[in-house]
Design a binder for this molecule. Sequence first.
Ligand code: PLP
Length: 398
Amino acid sequence: MEFSTLRAKGRVYLDHNATAPLAQSVAARVPEWLEQWGNPSSIHQSGRGPKAVLRETRNRMAQMIGAGAPLELIFTSGGTEANNLALKGVFEKARMNERRRILVSSVEHPSVRRTAEYLESRGAEIAIIPVLRSGRIDLDAYERLLDENVALVSVMLANNETGNIFPVKKLAELAHSKGALFHADCVQALGKIPVNLRDLGVDLATFSGHKFYGLKGVGVLYVRRGVNLESLIHGGAQERHRLGGTENTWDIASLGEMCGFQGQIDSRAEELKRLRDHLETRALAEISGVSITGGESERLPNTSSLVIPGVDGETLLMNLDMRGFSVSTGAACSSGSPEPSPVLLAMGLARAEAQTSLRVGLGWENTQAEIDLFVDELILIVERIRSFERPVLGEANV
Ligand code: PLP
């Protein structure tokens, strides 16, 4: 299947961990999906098309992520809602069994971290599993924290800033040995590496459509059959009473459409890695002092978290933006804030280092020519900033 996106001409988009540009094939089918305006819960004719969209997407997505059955999938409004539902839904049930501990890694997305903080105010005991500067999770610390009071462990499959991949299968096995449930935030992994929940052996898992070239506002929470989950939003009987509210059928359809590209994930991952390695090789060789955060550990093939000493990340980002390149200094939801990335700080980087970091997230349409243009521009801007010259701003050159 041919793949292309709506990305802006004349710009090089290198921020795919914030969001992926919309797939052309999704955009082309939106009018057709809008025609299916009926309520999927209606039993008359108008409800049948939308209901079929839900059924088909659930089937395709379950197959793509290796779920046991389509009905293990709950459609949500995105990764944030799915993470909230996982943590709050499990805790509400677990506290009846007196298990009050929740373990989360120190580098989770705010939708996990802040939900855990909220649950602490509701009586949960939260413990943080450290992630080392190398990008590896501290397994010894994890084993020390795990005991029979733990209701849930939540560790992401891949980190949004460094791309580091955590050994979820092993972590889940250890959690299960203590009778705890295991949730994995797989938002960043979807579409970048193959994800197979059967292999991973997790109880709950989160996905989001817009990180995989779909529309914004759709996500999935996988809940293994037999896992007891309290509903987060009370209302109608949608999603088997676990999330009330009429489903967002066209967003859901966009996720179903993207499942059609499943067969490309492996080969795309190889090409992403080749481009990412090319970028890093050049940056390390041609810009003095550069280091790659988490670079020595397993990573997503598309992500590079660079520390460039002596160069403020925000200044660099703005200069690159004006030259036609979209990158980020960390999580999209934190940008605009002068605070350095909590993920990098949690991994043990000093504030000064975290402030000089830049995140590059490649996507399926990036080319080597774009990467070379980007590195050429990066070298010039870094030299200029380091020599305290005012940036020369001009027309975008791509
Ligand atoms: N989890 C991770 C790891 C993410 O990177 C993000 C988005 O940045 C989310 C969850 C939230 O997903 P959504 O934007 O669909 O709410």
